[in-house]
Design a protein around this ligand. Structure first.
Ligand code: FRU
Length: 492
């Protein structure tokens, strides 16, 4: 059935509860329902928002449209945690209910200020002829998780020379005060990142356009995040419509990273930026949000999904999940990402795996499609690991490795439910040749997150196996592989 604009923007209270319960049940009973990834109770989840540590707990919100697998009237849905793995459902955090956010509480961030948590977000408003207005708004969450919206917008309009495609504010402490980093589009329809400054988080002055590249970033930049790792600035952002000659990517829109040497606030400049890198080299990551956590770590979480694409769970009325929480670091001028160590809390029985790379063999005889796998591949080998495979290995998500030539290819061409094939079925990464490779793989029912060489690369893919596609095979030409396998428990 058609999702009309009227349906997408219908006030939540006008949907009937039986319908909502049906959606919740369909999601719960789905074979693709994940065990330890954050996913919506119903409807569509997109960007992570407000990832923060406040009042003794981790807080995480996400963009939610609860009434179907489409982008409709968005809210922030709230979760909290003590270990970044088990999440408590805190219900809605921010609902669209006033003249500044009537058509959606869009993405933003959170920052503890005094004894409250500041939520900074974009209010989306549609006017006559569906014209767009965008307000940068604030709200205070107190120690009881009670949220009060700040009446006056933090930033009431985009600056002169920019369109209403102005969204996704990130507020960070800087010097004696604060910076706000936001995605923008100028009147020539070029994507930009703007930076504001404030002494008090409510009165903001524009510093200017962030200078981080001489290349065109396409028509819009979404979800910019400025972080500091080893005192170096790191910009994580989503350029839309960027030429592939600027930096190669294959997803509909990429989630990119730039690392600089230093940040020059007077000139609003990332000094000596390295070339753009894909944040994740798999098929399905966008809108990653990261922050400098008070324990010294830099943590991120992404949307395992992409704008404008269809996924098989759409027919069940729900869509998407978040990635695992990752810890970021810089090594050899690359951004490294690994799932936070807290994920070890999910491990159940450990099985060591090993063998000679030859004809196809089971790494473990059968799986629940809910496991962590560590594999060490020898330096001079070629072969394939098959995840979510059927017994005959006809259908699978394949990872082809060639350590001799330093190549890994993630290949979804043989999955039983093909996915967005116009964006290609393979993703390739290049590694040092003739070097042993370490893989850490997290499988969870309909997602696979693969980390290469302690986080040098991450490849995240949704996959939608059919009944019986639970096997895990390895094959290759020569050498010994070793590793460990853990069944993982469900998170709460
Ligand atoms: C990115 C995005 C953001 C926006 C939000 C709306 O996926 O388009 O720019 O704030 O989603 O849900």
């Amino acid at each position: 059935n058609e999702w009309t604009t009227e349906m997408r923007y219908r006030p939540y209270e006008k949907w009937n509860q039986t319908y909502e319960q049906q959606l919740i049940d369909a999601k719960k009973n789905s074979p693709w329902h994940m065990n330890y990834h954050i996913q919506p109770n119903s409807g569509l989840l997109n960007d992570p928002n407000g990832f923060s540590y406040f009042n003794g707990r981790w807080h995480l919100f996400y963009q939610l449209y609860p009434y179907g697998p489409v982008h409709g009237l968005k809210s922030w849905y709230h979760l909290s945690s003590t270990n970044l793995v088990d999440w408590q459902d805190e219900g809605y955090g921010l609902l669209p209910n006033n003249s500044y956010d009537s058509h959606g509480v869009y993405s933003g961030t959170a920052l503890p200020v005094g004894d409250q948590l500041l939520l900074a977000y974009t209010g989306n408003v549609r006017g006559e002829n569906w014209s767009r207005a965008s307000y940068q708004l604030g709200a205070w969450m107190d120690q009881n998780n009670h949220v009060t919206k700040i009446e006056k917008p933090l930033i009431p309009t985009p600056p002169k020379g920019y369109t209403m495609h102005f969204r996704d504010p990130q507020v960070i402490p800087y010097g004696e005060g604060y910076l706000l980093v936001i995605g923008a589009q100028n009147d020539q329809e070029e994507g930009k990142v703007l930076v504001y400054q404030s002494a008090n988080v409510t009165d903001w002055t524009l510093l200017g356009e962030l200078d981080f590249t001489n290349d065109s970033m396409g028509f819009m930049v979404e979800c910019p995040n400025l972080l500091f790792i080893d005192e170096r600035p790191v910009l994580i952002f989503c350029p839309q419509g960027m030429e592939k000659t600027v930096a190669p990517y294959e997803n509909i829109y990429p989630n990119m990273v730039i690392i600089g040497d230093s940040f020059d606030v007077e000139n609003v400049k990332i000094v000596n930026p390295q070339p753009l890198q894909n944040l994740d080299d798999g098929f399905d990551v966008y809108a990653t949000q990261a922050f400098n956590a008070p324990d010294g770590r830099v943590l991120s979480v992404g949307w395992a999904g992409l704008p404008e694409l269809a996924y098989p769970t759409d027919t069940e009325g729900w869509a998407h999940c978040l990635t695992l929480v990752r810890e970021l670091r810089i090594q050899d001028n690359r951004l490294y990402q690994q799932p936070v160590a807290e994920h070890q809390a999910l491990r159940q029985t450990q099985t060591s795996v090993q063998g000679t790379l030859a004809a196809r063999q089971a790494v473990v005889t059968n799986t629940t499609n809910c496991y962590e796998l560590e594999v060490n591949l020898p330096a001079d080998s070629q072969g394939t690991l098959s995840f979510f495979a059927d017994e005959q290995n006809n259908h699978k998500l394949a990872l082809h490795f060639d350590t001799k030539n330093g190549k890994i290819i993630l290949d979804r061409s043989q999955v039983s439910l093909p996915l967005n094939e116009v964006f290609g079925n393979t993703r390739t990464i290049t590694l040092t040749q003739n070097q042993a490779v370490k893989l850490q793989v997290f499988a969870d029912k309909s997602i696979c997150e693969i980390f290469v060489n302690d986080g040098e690369y991450a490849l995240t893919s949704r996959v939608f196996p059919q009944a019986g596609e639970t096997h895990l095979f390895i094959e290759g030409n020569q050498g010994e592989y070793t590793g460990n396998y853990w069944e993982l428990r469900s998170s709460s």
